[in-house]
Each structure stands twice: as C-alpha cells, then as structure tokens.
Write a protein that binds this ligand. Sequence first.
Ligand SMILES: CC(C)(COP(=O)(O)OP(=O)(O)OC[C@H]1O[C@@H](n2cnc3c(N)ncnc32)[C@H](O)[C@@H]1OP(=O)(O)O)[C@@H](O)C(=O)NCCC(=O)NCCS
Length: 168
Amino acid sequence: MTARPKTDDAAPISVIPYLDYETARSLLINQWGDDALVFGGKAHTASEMTLKAAFSADGKLGGVAYYRMNGMVALLGAIVVTDGGRGMGTALFNAVADEARAHKMKRLRAITTNDNFEAMAFFQKRGMRFMSMFPGGVDAYRAFKPGLRELGFHGISCRDVFELELDL
Ligand SMILES: CC(C)(COP(=O)(O)OP(=O)(O)OC[C@H]1O[C@@H](n2cnc3c(N)ncnc32)[C@H](O)[C@@H]1OP(=O)(O)O)[C@@H](O)C(=O)NCCC(=O)NCCS
C-alpha cells in the first residue's frame, strides 16, 4: 500500500471495539486467502481474537486489529487496513498498545511473514524489535489450510514467521 503525502488537516479517526467477525474474517481472507493468524507455530482464527476497528470521520471502516491478551503479553495477530497511508494502522496499533498497558501487559508482540517488508517497517517505526523467527511457520500451517496463498507480497513465497515485540 502506498502512503500518501502527509497533510496537516488529517481527518479524525475513531477506534472502537468491533464485533463484526464476518467482516473481520473477510478482510483477512482478502488479504491472505485465509483467516489464519500464526503465533509461535500455532494457528488462530479471527474468531479467537479480540477486535478493534478504525473508522474515518464519514463512518467508513478503515481497518481492523486482531489481538488477544495472553498471560503478560498482548498478541497482535494482525492489523489490516482498507486504505493505507491515512493513519488507520497507526491508530489501531496505538489503541491496542494502550489497552495492553491498561491491562498491565508487559509486552506487545506482533507477527509478520518473510515477504511483508511494509509490516516490518511499520512495526519497527513504532518501536518494535525482532525477537523470534519461525522458519517454515507458514508452511506448517499450509498443510492444514491449502487455501493459504503460496505467493506473498512482492511475489515472494510466504513461508516464515517473524515475531516483534514492544516493551510496554
Ligand atoms: C501495515 C499496515 C497495517 C499499515 O497501515 P496504514 O494504515 O497504511 O498505516 P498508517 O497510515 O498509520 O502509517 C503508514 C504511513 O502513513 C503515514 N501517515 C499516517 N497518517 C497519514 C495521513 N493522514 N496522511 C498521509 N500519511 C499518513 C504514517 O506516518 C506512516 O508512515 P511511517 O510508517 O513512515 O511513519 C497496512 O499497510 C496493511 O494493512 N497492510 C496489509 C496487511 C498487513 O501486512 N498487516 C501487518 C502485518 S499483520
């Protein structure tokens, strides 16, 4: 997704809890061909996650964050926006981090895959650091979910899972 030139008069974004799991699932499937979110080699579906949605001032859905609190760690399974470069991803990331802090979580953990340079940049620019890599993490899940796309972003095979963390 291409970021637009930044404007000073950015429209306000509302981030609220979201219960429309069908739409949330569709966003994941449109993006990746499946609603699997892989953590530490284990797959979770959208229905197992808590959701937040970002809306633009005109009420249009701008994106969804999929996350869950797990012990002392908040797991950010994915953020998917409908139109990039408008601040939706950042608003969702900040809202999940704020909620995790309010729940006294120690760390926010995000996942991405080897083909997703944009997400690697996005998360690092928001303070996250790489903590783990699971070679073949996506391949392992593909055995059970053949609908998962072979080719990821930039025409790169989507195979490995990277985890990043932010101290809260
Ligand atoms: C990665 C992703 C979530 C980022 O979401 P996004 O909404 O584009 O993110 P933002 O708009 O908040 O930030 C992107 C850039 O736009 C800039 N931006 C923010 N508000 C802006 C505005 N109103 N106008 C123009 N640019 C803006 C940000 O500064 C940011 O630049 P930076 O990263 O250099 O600081 C999005 O690209 C996406 O959904 N990708 C596909 C799914 C995915 O890979 N998810 C992440 C892995 S789970």
